[in-house]
Design a protein around this ligand. Structure first.
Ligand code: ADP
Ligand code: GLC
Length: 491
């Protein structure tokens, strides 16, 4: 047996504490699986004001009550709270970096009502990145690997390779950086660079500079020892095309040998219809009656009529361009000419709120919508719908289509990123869903029409459902891939 590793996993969100999307699911499930596999792993994330002290039994870490953190010419003070995650057997320690000015706000990155980014997001996440390293040193716990995620953590590898380079405590620590979404890069005016305290020599094309601005994501890509992203297809898309590369395709090309695609897994202790604690009617591949009961309950909730022969298409999503709402908008009328019902749960851009609102007005007997973020309802939608729609423009991994498989809810997806890697079209053998290639509304419509037609053949439909339900996307094999990348770095 080789020696267990020590890993610090740094993230800006994690279930059950704070979540805006799939990053939170991954940041909770992956560390737990790595721990189950015998390694010591701890998580560090910001202490947002929305994280309840009582509910999560947060306590102060006495040694870490006053940590001075330098931001440009200023010093701000952090303290650290701690708690645990333990859905699985393993218990993972979580440290929250706290400072009221920085993180005690109603939103995580954007103001919930204006939907605008907080203006000081540069300061907030410089504080977080430096704070993580300063905390670690005071804690006296030295990891072998620091695993960073998305732009909010991008400066950490840069600090380790520059500002903290000669500090013996940080010697030999290696960094992994995971891209969950390349479109969000954390780009700030050149003036923000001074706040980082990085050496001036790093504000170049070979460093953190990006068209005369500071780019956190680029920092993560340039200075980390290994880069991963959350599916093989997305790894290929972002490093070879301008369409997906978001201006960083050149950087990724340059670092191609360090870039790996590792598909996300599922935490089946949370997303499994057999044990789902949010469901009243549980079911599994051998007894599907519970699924029909969930469909009835879901439709009741939305005051829509239940008919077992009418397929319900569900969608749970950030209302953002990424998720393909412009295509849905173009074909909604044509799709709703068919005998179907649609249920949407989401929040995000105003233009899509308005579009969905108008759709509900036009088709009150066919369309149900809930705006906001509702975990429990998300589970009922997975369980109670027949099909799940994800026509994304791009999708690094996507989790809901994988959850859908387990719930016997057949995905209709665009063949991009993780959607392409996880769903096989029913046209081939052992298909699990319906895919379309080109990002065009008529292609989407055709996929929906194919699905609706297939739903009419009960026996064939059951086979598609069961093929999906029998797939196993548990974290173990992906977690092992991360561990082997960590080990390679330490050789
Ligand atoms: P992304 O991270 O791009 O938003 P993913 O498919 O990876 O997409 O993950 C989205 C996660 O967030 C899933 O767990 C999904 O159930 C959840 N989610 C998204 N929107 C909502 C919402 N409005 N209410 C509850 N859960 C949501
Ligand atoms: C991002 C991506 C999504 C991915 C998630 C977790 O939010 O948009 O595709 O599943 O991160 O990796």
């Amino acid at each position: 047996m080789s020696k267990p590793l020590n890993i610090l996993f740094v993230t800006s969100e994690a279930e059950p504490f704070a979540k805006t999307g799939g990053l939170a699911d991954v940041s909770s499930a992956l560390p737990q699986m790595i721990k189950e596999l015998g390694h010591e792993i701890r998580i560090m994330m910001p202490r947002y004001g929305t994280i309840s002290e009582r509910k999560f039994k947060l306590h102060d870490v006495i040694r870490l009550r006053e940590i001075p953190i330098t931001i440009g010419a200023e010093t701000r003070v952090a303290h650290v709270n701690s708690s645990f995650i333990s859905n699985l057997k393993a218990k993972v320690q979580v440290y929250f970096l706290a400072n009221k000015d920085m993180f005690d706000r109603p939103g995580m990155y954007v103001h919930p009502t204006t939907k605008k980014d907080y203006e000081d997001n540069d300061t907030r996440f410089i504080f977080f990145c430096r704070g993580v390293l300063d905390t670690l040193k005071l804690l006296g716990w030295k990891p072998d690997i620091i695993h960073c995620n998305d732009w909010q953590t991008g400066l950490i590898p840069a600090y380790l390779k520059t500002t903290y380079k000669n500090d013996p405590f940080f010697k030999n620590i290696k960094t992994a950086f995971t891209i969950h979404n390349l479109a969000f890069q954390g780009v700030f005016p050149a003036a923000s660079f001074d706040k980082t305290g990085l050496p001036g020599s790093e504000f170049t094309m070979e460093g953190v500079e990006f068209y005369d601005k500071l780019n956190f994501m680029k920092a993560g890509l340039m200075y980390s020892d290994v880069i991963t992203t959350v599916s093989e297809k997305y790894a290929q898309e972002i490093s070879t095309t301008v369409e997906f590369g978001c201006g960083l395709e050149g950087v990724l090309q340059q670092r191609k040998s360090a870039l790996h695609g590792i598909i996300n897994g599922v935490d089946y202790s949370i997303w499994n219809p057999e044990t789902d604690e949010h469901l009243e009617n549980r079911y599994d591949i051998k007894s599907l009656e519970g699924k029909a009961a969930n469909k009835r309950e879901l439709l009741d909730k939305f005051k829509l009529e239940y008919n077992e022969h009418v397929p319900v298409i569900g969608m749970i999503s950030r209302l953002a361009d990424q998720k393909g709402f412009d295509l849905i908008k173009e074909i909604a009328d044509d799709a709703l000419k068919m005998d179907i019902q649609m249920i949407f749960l989401g929040s995000g851009e105003k233009k899509y709120h308005e579009f969905l609102e108008s759709l509900r007005k036009k088709y009150p007997n066919k369309v149900g919508i809930e705006f906001g973020f509702h975990d429990e309802l998300a589970h009922l939608i997975e369980a109670g719908t027949d099909m799940f729609l994800m026509p994304s423009q791009y999708e690094p991994c996507g989790l809901n289509q994988i959850y859908s498989l387990k719930y016997g809810t057949v995905p209709i997806v665009r063949a991009t990123g993780g959607l392409d890697d996880t769903i096989q079209d029913v046209e081939g053998a052992n298909g699990t869903g319906f895919k379309f290639k080109k990002y065009e509304s008529k292609e989407l419509l055709k996929a929906i029409q194919r699905a609706v037609k297939a739903f009419g053949d009960q026996k064939a439909w059951l086979k598609i459902m069961k093929t999906g339900m029998s797939k196993d996307f548990s974290w173990e094999s992906s977690a092992k891939k991360y561990i082997s990348l960590y080990r390679n770095l330490l050789k």
